[in-house]
Ligand binder design. Structure first.
Ligand code: GRF
Length: 288
């Protein structure tokens, strides 16, 4: 059960313990304050005191829990938690918003296409750009569109909590890797299980794995005299270029193709299909 809660709330063991403590202390404080208020106002003598008490503790509960969450360092979590409860009551029929983070290391032409597709979308929003290279082109794209960007550092990504906290602060519920060159650490895969997809510029499982990126892929395809290449959009697991395939699209490789001309053909395919596949996947996903 604790494991499930950790996954659902995307928190570590210590935070889960503090959250449960906050619920317990906040609940007790609320019960106590409710009784005290009834006594002070003399309302506990009326016939309907139980009903009044229930109404009172329902109103007091968010305040008490938020109050307790401050010294326990869980204010951010409870602010989101309570806001979620309120939004469930107020907008029951509203479609869920998919807040997407794009992870990219380079020029960001795919990121640009994805941003274009969803800029006016009613339920899908590119809410964060995550980049491991200061100065990468994708950061200018983020700036141009007013999308927040985070530059990540190796140690925090691989040895720390993999920026899960930052992603949660931006309410990210789906991750798209668009030319992101670092391996995705287990902590992130666990926190976003089945909610991370990648695009690879070849027909996996061929021409994938460590070191197979950018021009290296196209050079290998040409060196092997392949007659076709293409793109693979797939879920991300703990191995490079390995998770379940969502879609593959092919293109011919001609004898005169160079790595650069093949890359250009592949980019065209990526720009056409990636945003559309992201939309299809999100529409099928049940985001909590
Ligand atoms: C794309 O070809 C993608 O398949 C690969 O990296 C490239 C990124 O290009 N993973 P861009 O930065 O989106 O222009």
């Amino acid at each position: 059960m604790f494991q499930k809660l950790k996954q659902r709330w995307k928190v570590n063991g210590l935070n889960l313990a503090l959250i449960i403590t906050t619920f317990a202390l906040g609940g007790s404080l609320c019960g106590y304050a409710g009784r005290k208020l009834l006594t002070l106002t003399g309302l506990e003598k009326g016939a309907l005191w139980v009903v009044l008490y229930i109404i009172l503790i329902t109103l007091l509960w968010p305040l008490c829990v938020l109050l307790i969450s401050i010294p326990l360092g869980q204010f951010g979590f409870f602010k989101r938690y309570i806001a979620k409860i309120f939004s469930r009551f107020s907008n029951k029929k509203k479609a869920p918003v998919h807040n997407v983070a794009i992870f990219a290391s380079g020029a960001g032409s795919n990121a640009q296409q994805i941003i274009n597709r969803f800029s006016k979308h009613p339920t899908i929003k590119v809410a964060l750009i995550v980049c491991n290279k200061p100065g990468a082109g994708v950061l200018n794209i983020a700036k141009k569109h007013g999308i927040p960007a985070t530059i990540i550092e190796k140690d925090a990504f691989f040895k720390g909590e993999a920026y899960v906290g930052t992603l949660q602060q931006h309410n990210i519920n789906f991750i798209v890797l668009a030319g992101f060159l670092w391996k995705v650490p287990t902590a992130l895969i666990k926190a976003y299980s089945q909610k991370i997809i990648n695009i690879h510029p070849a027909l996996l499982p061929a021409y994938g794995g460590k070191g197979m990126y950018g021009h290296f892929v196209h050079e290998a395809v040409i060196a092997n005299k392949e007659t076709q290449s293409g793109i693979t959009i797939h879920y991300v697991d703990e191995l490079y270029d390995h998770g379940a395939v969502i879609k593959q699209v092919t293109c011919p490789v001609s004898e005169t193709d160079t790595a650069a001309t093949l890359a250009a053909k592949i980019h065209l395919l990526e720009h056409e299909h990636f945003p559309q596949v992201i939309e299809q996947v999100l529409q099928k996903q049940n985001i909590r």
